[in-house]
Design a protein around this ligand. Structure first.
Ligand SMILES: Cc1cc2nc3c(=O)[nH]c(=O)nc-3n(C[C@H](O)[C@H](O)[C@H](O)COP(=O)(O)OP(=O)(O)OC[C@H]3O[C@@H](n4cnc5c(N)ncnc54)[C@H](O)[C@@H]3O)c2cc1C
Length: 403
């Protein structure tokens, strides 16, 4: 943690979050993530209630909405602390994809949708998901999609196939991206975002997709879903017709800060596990693993990488707050691929230091190794961000590169 970006209220709050996690969550998290998650929903519910009682719930929401009203920079630092447990963000109701949907609906949903869906979501009574990516098309270029929402009177009739709809299992509603104007010459103006309650008979969750041997369930799952003549009122649209991609950008900006800081939290926990193991694992009577220079080099490199990553992300959050997401575009791309790779390297080294234990489910490391490999793919794969960053830099040298 760096003092550079601490505010007065964060000085009060961060120890409270740390204490909550150490006391209530660390002792039970491994037991929860190693069994079917639905068995533990009541525990999560109780912990959410405790978080509310301690006035730590939903730190990103305003006090009127039941939160604390942290700004992006402050929330980023809380997000790091919460990231140290796989359950952290969920317990405090600032987990993806709900937090992105909250931000989106807060700005663009009608009063009616807010009342019916956003308010219970903010209160932690329901969960949500976001369905944009389709298995048949490259998600890196999301303008290519086959899902349509055709208007019939006061209804949209949605047909399409999506996958990697994170946490659809157990969610109350999804926000789906669908083409509402098939003939618009500008592909960026063809799609809209529409809210679909998941008890709609036209919606089907086909399966939770197995990821590296684990399909998971509920919050810890990614679903393949289908919309078949799925009818919802036109008033379920979020924002204007054709604004889907513009809204997706709004959703992604702060989302990348949230993810990056969560990853740094994971890095810190993995680093702690790695150092504890190096300091206590005996290679022989008088020799510990941590006495090996190669392990010392890994520890030093991981420390430097995590510190660098944190400063980069917090500076990006600062730039976004000061000048807006558009002005911070280069920085956002930079942190997205840089921090995802720091995360992978740190987890890999922590596993290696643990030897065979590292790949068992007896520590958190294997869970994160499995679940977080996707960090280099979602919200823009590494390569897309690198290309975008390099193009933007080269533009400053008078070089225009078209696709
Ligand atoms: C854990 C996880 C959670 C997700 N959650 C959601 C969700 O909740 N909702 C949702 O809608 N989607 C979700 N996604 C989907 C995600 O948005 C897509 O996987 C992502 O956009 C990439 O699309 P794709 O998988 O089709 O890969 P593709 O677009 O097929 O790309 C494959 C690879 O090609 C390379 N590549 C692509 N474009 C370029 C380029 N321009 N230059 C150079 N190389 C390139 C990259 O290496 C990339 O990894 C999730 C994905 C993961 C892994």
């Amino acid at each position: 943690m760096t003092e550079l970006f601490l505010t007065e209220r964060l000085k009060q709050l961060l120890p409270l979050y740390k204490n909550f996690l150490e006391k209530e969550v660390y002792p039970i998290e491994l037991g929860i993530i190693t069994k079917p998650f639905k068995q533990s929903l009541s525990i999560v519910k109780d912990l959410r209630q405790k978080a509310k009682e301690q006035k730590l719930f939903a730190p990103h929401l305003s006090p009127e909405e039941g939160g604390i009203g942290l700004n992006l920079m402050e929330f980023a630092q809380v997000s790091e602390v919460l990231g140290t447990s796989p359950l952290g963000h969920l317990i405090f109701n600032c987990n993806a994809p709900d937090i992105g949907n909250m931000e989106l609906m807060h700005q663009f949903a009608s009063a009616d949708l807010k009342k019916k869906y956003l308010h219970p979501l903010m209160n932690g009574d329901i969960r949500s998901c976001f369905a944009m990516t389709e298995p048949e098309f490259a998600g890196s270029n999301p303008v290519n999609m086959a899902t349509t929402a055709i208007r019939e009177g006061d209804l949209y009739v949605i047909n399409g196939h999506k996958w990697f709809t994170t946490a659809a299992d157990g969610a109350n509603f999804t926000i789906v991206m669908a083409v509402t104007d098939t003939t618009n010459p500008n592909p960026y103006l063809r799609a809209s975002m529409i809210l679909v309650p998941l008890d709609n008979p036209g919606f089907k969750l086909e399966r939770n997709i197995p990821i590296m041997g684990e399909a998971g369930e509920d919050y810890f799952s990614h679903a393949e879903v289908r919309f078949t003549n799925c009818k919802v009122p036109v008033t379920n649209r979020i924002g204007e017709e054709g604004q889907g991609f513009a809204l997706a950008q709004v959703r992604l900006g702060p989302g990348r800060i949230h993810h990056c800081m969560r990853w740094i939290g994971i890095c810190e926990r993995a680093f702690d596990l790695m150092c504890s193991r190096a300091a206590t694992r005996k290679l022989s009577d008088n020799r510990y693993l941590g006495q090996q220079q190669i392990i010392q080099a890994w520890i030093a490199e991981c420390r430097a990488n995590i510190n660098a990553a944190r400063l980069m992300v917090l500076h990006t959050a600062y730039s976004m707050e000061k000048n807006g997401a558009k002005a911070a575009k280069e920085e956002i791309s930079t942190i997205k691929f840089f921090v995802a790779n720091v995360l992978m390297k740190t987890l890999d080294k922590a596993i290696q230091v643990h030897g065979a234990l590292g790949i068992t489910d007896d520590t958190l490391l294997s869970f994160w190794y499995r679940h977080e490999r996707g960090a280099r793919i979602y919200d823009g794969p590494d390569e897309v961000h690198k290309v975008s960053l390099a193009k933007s830099i080269l533009k400053g040298y008078g070089m225009g590169i078209s696709d």
